[in-house]
Each structure stands twice: as structure tokens, then as C-alpha cells.
Design a binder for this molecule. Structure first.
Ligand SMILES: Cc1cc2nc3c(=O)[nH]c(=O)nc-3n(C[C@H](O)[C@H](O)[C@H](O)COP(=O)(O)OP(=O)(O)OC[C@H]3O[C@@H](n4cnc5c(N)ncnc54)[C@H](O)[C@@H]3O)c2cc1C
Length: 429
């Protein structure tokens, strides 16, 4: 089967980044009465839980140690408000964020500096004051706390549904269950995309099964392609048949694949003790939480809301995997390292009861900067990846960046920190 017409822009990947780009691109094209953009997703957008964007909640905040991201958050928060105004469903809660760390930790100094520079509203709390205000947390004297008043919870699943509906409402074409199996960049205005129907990697969190039917193959010719395939980017780059060999060679030369590390991260939900039943509740004002320099590594948490009676905590790292090779089993360190940490800091969480766990994927770069750039040899192929476990809150900005690149519009952002050039430099250090 072959589609003869040249599609102006195809976005590959229906996670939060692909959807945000698709909405920004299609909104502009619809306003100019131009033919629709197409979004291809290997599973069902919204329903599938095999990527990095699913689940009820994500943290948003300005409190970053890296000023590059803190500065972008102002625009991102404006765009979240813009998106929220388009629907009756609440998309976020501005509950604030509690950032903690040791008093002498460089991360805390950087966070305070970034908040000052961006003029974001924040407060500094000494341990006793923090413990009084948030009885679910117990800080010893060595800590300092910063409350970022711009922080909050993003309701991720609702956001994905809203973006999908918005793309379709703007006239975009959504192709679900379409796995792109090859890209052939033939010129600066022509990319041949081969995709297959069906769902060869399974929709459930069980062992992958091969489909018992031969999948239909489709050929689509596009002027522009935005590749936003999340954790599948490294394997796409590594497998020569998936993408033209010239492209793979160029990528290898840039050493980009070396700086992308897919990790399987464990999310854990800890039972709240009855005597602390209101202490962690979103509705009662418990904020999002980040320990910037915890002994087990950066730790973050979200107030009780997703699972009543439980608080969600996550260690910001996990074992390296391939996107199609997940174990779906929690990391052992949840019990060995994480439980003692939780016990010490959260007096209201019951660490004797094993937590509920689930896993998700991060695509890490060496310095946690995103990769958002045109392919160095092919201007019409735009690549987005390496969102390093903190991309969701910035997805509206990433969508704008990708739309500007795809539509050849003037760039409103400094793209240098996200360029191939940047990642090449960092990975060669
Ligand atoms: C547990 C966890 C907690 C997080 N917490 C936060 C947080 O609090 N705050 C924050 O800002 N960020 C957070 N993040 C990070 C954020 O969720 C990710 O950065 C973001 O979701 C990445 O989106 P994506 O679109 O790049 O990837 P994905 O959501 O994985 O989307 C990629 C899509 O591409 C599709 N695809 C892949 N290959 C193909 C192909 N060949 N053909 C067609 N489609 C294809 C996939 O099926 C997938 O749907 C968290 C991530 C995790 C895992």
C-alpha cells in the first residue's frame, strides 16, 4: 500500500513531546489553511503505558540547579496556563514545591541562585520551621529547605488526552498502531517513511509476542519529519536497517548514541500511617518534593493523590536497558537503600509495608540537557530526545522549539544547549 501525496510534516512518536510539537505545528498550519500534519505512533496515544509520558502526575518547578532550564520555565508555565484555558478539565495544581538538601550542598546554592535570577517567588525555611509547616517531613539541623511557589503537579494523563484532542481538533491526522521501521532521507525536501501496522511489541506489560499476521506496510513521503520517539531513539540510531545508513554514520560520527542511556526507573507508592492521614495530601497543601542531594541520589515525591492512602516517591535513576527490553520489575535498591531513606525523612510513611511499584523509562544524556536539533546533514529531519527524566514540565516549550524548526520559523530560543554540537562536546569530555 502506498500514499502518493507528499505530507508536509510527519511527527513520529505520540508521547508528550511528539504531541506538543504536533499541536504547535498543526495550530500554525490550520491558521494558514495548509494541509494537515500527520502524527505516527506505534501504539495507541493515551492508552499505552510503554513509553515515558503515561501516568497521573509529573512535577513542575522553576527550582533547577541548571539555569538553562530555570529560565525556560517561565515561558513553560505561561504555556501550561494557555493549554489549561482550552479545557474544562484541571491540568495542574499549583501546590508549591519543597526542595531540600544539606545546608552546604552546592545544589541548594544553585537552586536559590536560579530562583533569584528568574525572579520566581520562593521562601527559605530552616528545619524547625519546615517540620512545623509540613509535619510529614522530618529534617535534621543539617538541612535547608526552599519552597518554590511556582512548583506543582501536572496531571500527565489528562494533559496527553487534551493534547491528542487538540491536535485532532486543529485538523491533524493521527495514525496510531503505526510503527515506523525505516526513514530514507532522499533530499532536503523528501523523506520516505516506511511504517507497519499492528502492535508487534504488545500492549500489555507481559512478555513481547510476535503478531500472528503479517503487518501491512505503508510508505509515506514527507517534506519534514520530527522524530520524537523517546527511549527508542538510541535503538533507532543503532540499527542500520531502521534508518538510512548515511544517517547512522553521521550520528556515529557525532557520537550522539554514546551519550544516550535508557534507564528503567522504579516509581514507588508508600503507605501513609493512619495518624498522618492528612499530612501528605495534595488537597491539604502538601507540596511536590525534591531532595537535591540525598544519599541514594536525587529523590522526588508527589503528594497523595494518584493512589489514596499512598505517597509517590522515586529515585532519579535506574539500571540501563533497551526500550524494548524492559524487565517491569522494581529495582532491588528500593528495599536495600531507599526504604531506610524514606523511614528517616518521612515519619508518616510505613516502610514495613512493601510499597506498590511500577517502572518507567528515562532517556538520559550525560549532562541531562535535551537533544533538540536538525540533523546536521539533513535540515528537514528534526530530532528530539534525551529528556533525561525531567522533560514533561518543559514539553510546551519543546513543542514550540520543534515547531519553529519544522516550519522554518524564526527561532525564539537559544538552541545551543540542546544542539548536536553541545552533546558532541559533552560526550567527548
Ligand atoms: C517515572 C518518571 C517520572 C518522571 N517525572 C517527571 C517529572 O516529575 N517532571 C518532569 O518534568 N518530567 C518527568 N519525567 C520525564 C518525562 O515524563 C519525559 O521526559 C517525557 O515524558 C518524555 O516524553 P517523550 O515524548 O520524549 O517520550 P515517550 O513518552 O516515550 O514518547 C515516545 C513515543 O514514541 C513512540 N515510538 C517509539 N518508536 C516509534 C516508532 N518507531 N514508530 C512510531 N512511534 C514510535 C513510543 O511508542 C512513544 O509513545 C518522568 C519520567 C518518568 C519515566
Amino acid at each position: 500500500m502506498s500514499d502518493e501525496a507528499v505530507v508536509p510534516c510527519v511527527i513520529i512518536g505520540g508521547g508528550v513531546m511528539g504531541l506538543s510539537a504536533a499541536c504547535a505545528i498543526q495550530e500554525r498550519r490550520a491558521a494558514d489553511h495548509l494541509s494537515p500534519a500527520v502524527l505516527m505512533e506505534q501504539h495507541q496515544v493515551v492508552e499505552h503505558k510503554l513509553g515515558s509520558s503515561h501516568g497521573p502526575s509529573r512535577i513542575t518547578r522553576t527550582a533547577y540547579t541548571d539555569p538553562v532550564f530555570a529560565k525556560l520555565m517561565k515561558r513553560s508555565h505561561q504555556l501550561w496556563h494557555h493549554l489549561a484555558a482550552s479545557t474544562d478539565v484541571p491540568l495542574f495544581s499549583e501546590c508549591g514545591g519543597l526542595m531540600i538538601g544539606q545546608k552546604d550542598a552546592p545544589a541548594m546554592t544553585s537552586v536559590i541562585q536560579a530562583l533569584k535570577e528568574t525572579q520566581a517567588p520562593f521562601e527559605i525555611l530552616q528545619p524547625a520551621e519546615c517540620n512545623r509547616r509540613f509535619p510529614g517531613v522530618e529534617l535534621t539541623e543539617s538541612y535547608i529547605a526552599v519552597v518554590d511557589n511556582t512548583a506543582g503537579v501536572l496531571f500527565a494523563d489528562r494533559i496527553i488526552s487534551t493534547l491528542k484532542a487538540r491536535f485532532v481538533a486543529f485538523g491533524g491526522t493521527l495514525c496510531c498502531d503505526r510503527r515506523v521501521v525505516s526513514l530514507d532521507v532522499q533530499s532536503d525536501d523528501r523523506i520516505v517513511i516506511t511504517s507497519q501496522d499492528g502492535n508487534p511489541h504488545g500492549m500489555t506489560q507481559t512478555k513481547s509476542t510476535e503478531p500472528s499476521f503479517a503487518p501491512a506496510t505503508f510508505t509515506t513521503v514527507a517534506s519534514r519529519v520530527v522524530l520524537a520517539v523517546g527511549a527508542w531513539l538510541p535503538s533507532l540510531l543503532a540499527q542500520a536497517p531502521i534508518i538510512s545508513s548515511q544517517f547512522v554514520k553521521a550520528m556515529r560520527n557525532l557520537q550522539v548514541e554514546m551519550s544516550l542511556d535508557v534507564q528503567e526507573v522504579t516509581v514507588s507508592y508508600w503507605k501513609i500511617k493512619p495518624e498522618f492521614q492528612d499530612a501528605y495530601s495534595l488537597n491539604k497543601g502538601f507540596p511536590v518534593f525534591i531532595d537535591m542531594d540525598a544519599a541514594p541520589g536525587l529523590v522526588y515525591g508527589l503528594p497523595e493523590q494518584d493512589k489514596p492512602g499512598y505517597m509517590k516517591l522515586c529515585l532519579h535513576r535506574g539500571p540501563s536497558i533497551a526500550a524494548d527490553g524492559r524487565s517491569f520489575t522494581p529495582a532491588e535498591e528500593i528495599w536495600t537503600q531507599f526504604a531506610p531513606y524514606v523511614d528517616k525523612l518521612f515519619p508518616g510513611l510505613d516502610v514495613k509495608t512493601p510499597p506498590f511499584t511500577e517502572t518507567c523509562m528515562y532517556t538520559m544524556t550525560k549532562d541531562e540537557h535535551f537533544l533538540i536539533d536538525r540533523h546536521p546533514q539533513h535540515r528537514n529531519l528534526i530530532i528530539a530526545g534525551g529528556f533525561s527524566g525531567h522533560g514533561f514540565k518543559l514539553s510546551p516549550v519543546v513543542g514550540e522549539m520543534l515547531a519553529q524548526l519544522a516550519l522554518d520559523a524564526p527561532l525564539a530560543y537559544d538552541m545551543a544547549p540542546f544542539s548536536f554540537e553541545h552533546h558532541w562536546k559533552v560526550s567527548s569530555l
